[in-house]
Design a protein around this ligand. Structure first.
Ligand code: SF4
Ligand code: SF4
Length: 214
């Protein structure tokens, strides 16, 4: 038979369920903790969370964050602290989406959306500025012309995207650890942590407390 054996395999596959999708017209749901394009968050009263401390820039292994802090104007403070992020840039030609900046940030200012579909035709467009990264007045990430946002890409942008748990301790399971966000308020812990235990009906964090945080 020789090469005809190969055609037999192809013919058989034609009648099996299709496992591919017609990307980019059809996109599969992304994981809850997907690391995509960053956002700079704001508090519920509209103030920016970034205090310009530069910890994110210091921890970034790709050295792609540039931050300059400045004293808050007395009459019109930008953030609740003494200082705010005066300049904030991320170079997406270098970012590896490791999320270490998210982990390092003391004010939960920087988090990541689920968007990864964005491309550039020149190097300067790949450097996102603060104006592009800070969320809009509705608390949602700004949708830029070259970005392909789909439903769900800007959901759970903050309060969710920790790459690791706090010191890995079960004591923190189910606890809300993040401050409220503009347009979103204080968000619940992740769904797997919210769900009641099937045997006892108790939520995870109650079970954790009963076990002494183990
Ligand atoms: S995700 Fe990682 S590489 Fe990208 S800006 Fe943050 S620390 Fe740097
Ligand atoms: S994003 Fe967070 S870590 Fe980075 S400068 Fe602002 S407050 Fe500091």
């Amino acid at each position: 038979m020789g090469s005809l054996d190969g055609f037999k395999v192809t013919f058989r596959q034609m009648f099996l369920p299709r496992v591919t999708s017609s990307y980019p017209d059809e996109k599969r749901p992304k994981p809850e903790r997907h690391h995509g394009r960053h956002v700079l968050n704001r508090y519920e009263d509209g103030m920016e969370k970034c205090i310009g401390c530069e910890l994110c820039a210091g921890v970034c292994p790709a050295r792609c964050i540039y931050v300059r802090g400045a004293d808050n104007p007395v009459d019109a403070p930008v953030s609740p602290g003494e200082r705010y992020g005066f300049v904030y840039e991320i170079n997406y030609l270098r970012c590896i989406h490791c999320d270490l900046c998210v982990e390092a940030c003391p004010t939960e200012a920087i988090t990541e959306s689920k968007l990864f579909e964005y491309s550039f035709t020149n190097r300067s467009d790949a450097i996102y500025t603060k104006e592009e990264l800070v969320v809009g007045d509705d608390g949602n990430p700004r949708h830029l012309p070259w970005e392909d946002w789909r439903e769900g890409d800007d959901e759970d942008v903050s309060a969710w995207v920790r790459a690791t748990s706090s010191s890995g301790s079960a004591e923190f399971v189910g606890r809300v650890q993040w401050s409220g966000d503009l347009g979103r308020g204080v968000q619940e812990p992740e769904p797997p942590q919210r769900e009641a235990d099937e045997e006892t009906g108790e939520p995870w964090w109650v079970l954790s407390e009963n076990r002494g945080g183990k």
